[in-house]
Structures are given as C-alpha cells and as structure tokens.
Write a protein that binds this ligand. Structure first.
Ligand code: SF4
Length: 308
C-alpha cells in the first residue's frame, strides 16, 4: 500500500466531507440515555473523550461506560480525558449503578473502559471485576466487553482478576504505531508491553475470550506502519482490530497529521482480512467501542472486515 504523505499545515484540508457526523436527534434515544447516565452519576468515554459518534451511539441507546473516575494518571497527547491525580478511591457502588443502568438501557452487550489508575495497587482491575460480576447478576443475558488500561507492573495479577469473571471480550488499545508510541503516550507506555498483555490474556483465559485492540490514524504514522502494527497484533493472537481517524480534541492536543481517505481504510480492512483477524472495523469514524456489539458478532460469525 502506498503510504499517504503528510502535508504542511497550511495546505492541510479542513475536515473532509467523509468526517461529517450526525447531530443528536430529538426522535432518537439520545436525550433519554443522557438523562439516565447523568442521573446515575456514571461517566462515559463518549462524553469524556468528546467522541464524534455520540449522537449516533446514544441515539441507538448504547454508550461506553468509563469507570474509576474522571481523572487519568496518564496524559496521552491525543486524549481529551482529564489528566492528574485522582482524589478518590474506586466507588464501591459504581458497579451496582452501572449494572442497573445497563439493564434500564436494555443493553445486550455492555462495554466498559476506564481511566488509567497507576495510583491504585491493582491498577483498577478489582473494579473491572466487580462491574463484570454485577452485570452477571443483574443483566445475565448481556455479554461484557472490557477495554482495559495496561495494568502497568501488575499485569499478570490484574489479568487473572479480570478474566476470573469471564468477560466475553477483553480489549486493550495499542493506539498508535511503534515509532510514535512513546512520544504520543508518554514514558510509561510500552508498545511491546501492550502486545504482551493481549497475548497473555489469551493464554490465561480458561475460556475462548475474544481479544481486541484499536488504532487511531492521522498522528504521523505511515500506512505501512499501520500494517506492521496490525501484523504485530495478529501475531499476538488478537481477534478484533479497529482503526479510525484521529480528531484533535483541543488546540493543546497533538495536531492532525493527515486525513486518511476512506479508500485507505478499505485497504486496511482488506489487508486485515488477509492477516486472519476475526473482525476488522476500519473507517474514518470508527472507535474501539463503535458498534462493539456488531464487531463481536462479526468476529464470532467469521464475517471479517466491516465497512463504516
Ligand atoms: S464510538 Fe464508543 S465512545 Fe464513541 S459514542 Fe460510540 S460508544 Fe461512545
């Protein structure tokens, strides 16, 4: 695949038409979902990360829960989530509130992620496990997808804690290519560590867990580097991969290096299928939790690459 070239800032086009998003509509479930989530004091990555798909996803009655507070102990250059020192321990009632809310929303697939909590001895693994347990009790028919941080320094114990509750999908986003990993994610981030975590999850699970990872593009990588990262993920047993365009959440964040064309995303999907992923979701507005229920079904039914 031809690597697409970065343009000087002055020549960079404004947001192309394929990046246009749907605004929340009055006749969708958007406002009902918002009221429910705010009323239960539950955070979502949809709001915290200013996701462009919020109108569509909440309008469909879905959302991705963000547990363990609203302050992240890391400061990735592309991420809008607030960075700092969290001032509270995990909320012991959060798992119950989350499970009850997921039930009220009528979710059949519940996606849960978190801020990084390097301040906690277990890096938050216990709260992921407690949420999964609460969901199993209150909404037993739903499948559970956990998109976890890297559990730095306690990877093995944290994976064992989380996998003991048997989530159907365990994801960890590698986010960017090897060359940009440290500069975008900070000194604690480790490209090979992320791959190792995903591989180890498969080894430790005593059931057929689906593993998943995601990349954002437009941060300065080339298409060949994206393909190399996909090959690395596949070599570490990852089943589901997502690839989407980076959007700069504020002027303080990393600049957009390029707009990746829909044809380039199509090429990622085709290459991903050839590599043997169970599912490849690649498209301008794809995020790791975008239509996560469909990603899971695609992987389980062997449908392969899906265009969005
Ligand atoms: S793509 Fe994910 S984070 Fe974005 S609105 Fe949808 S569920 Fe929320």
């Amino acid at each position: 695949m031809e690597p697409s070239k970065s343009l000087p800032v002055a020549e960079r086009p404004r947001r192309p038409e394929w990046m246009r998003v749907r605004a929340p509509s009055r006749d969708s479930r958007y406002f009902e979902v918002r009221e429910l989530l705010h009323g239960q004091r539950l955070a979502t990555i949809c709001e915290e990360a200013r996701c462009p798909n919020i109108g569509e996803c909440w309008g469909r009655g879905t959302a991705t829960f963000q547990i363990l507070g609203e302050t992240c102990t890391r400061a990735c250059r592309y991420c809008y989530v607030h960075s700092g020192r969290p001032d509270a321990p995990p909320d012991p009632l959060e798992p119950l509130r989350l499970a009850q809310t997921a039930k009220q929303m009528g979710l059949s697939h519940v996606v849960v992620t978190s801020v990084d909590r390097d301040d906690l001895p277990d890096r938050g693994a216990g709260q992921f496990a407690a949420v999964t347990r609460a969901l199993a009790r209150i909404l037993p028919a739903a499948s559970v997808e956990l998109l976890t941080p890297d559990f730095l320094g306690v990877e093995e114990e944290a994976l064992l804690t989380v996998l003991a509750e048997r989530p159907q999908v365990l994801g960890h986003n590698i986010e960017t290519v090897r060359r940009l990993h440290r500069s975008m994610r900070g000194a604690k981030a480790d490209y090979d560590g992320a791959l190792a975590l995903l591989a180890r999850a498969k080894e430790l699970a005593r059931y057929p867990v689906l593993t998943k990872s995601g990349l954002i593009v437009g941060l300065g990588e080339t298409n060949d580097e994206v393909l190399e990262t996909m090959r690395n993920l596949r070599a570490h047993g990852v089943d589901v991969v997502t690839i989407g365009q980076y959007l700069r959440p504020s002027p303080k964040h990393a600049a957009i290096d390029r707009w990746v064309h829909p044809d380039e995303f199509r090429a990622f999907r085709e290459e991903g299928e050839r590599m043997g992923f169970g599912s490849v979701f690649a498209g301008p507005l794809v995020r790791s939790s975008y239509r996560a229920d469909e990603q899971r079904h695609a992987a389980e039914s062997g449908r392969g690459a899906v265009a969005y």
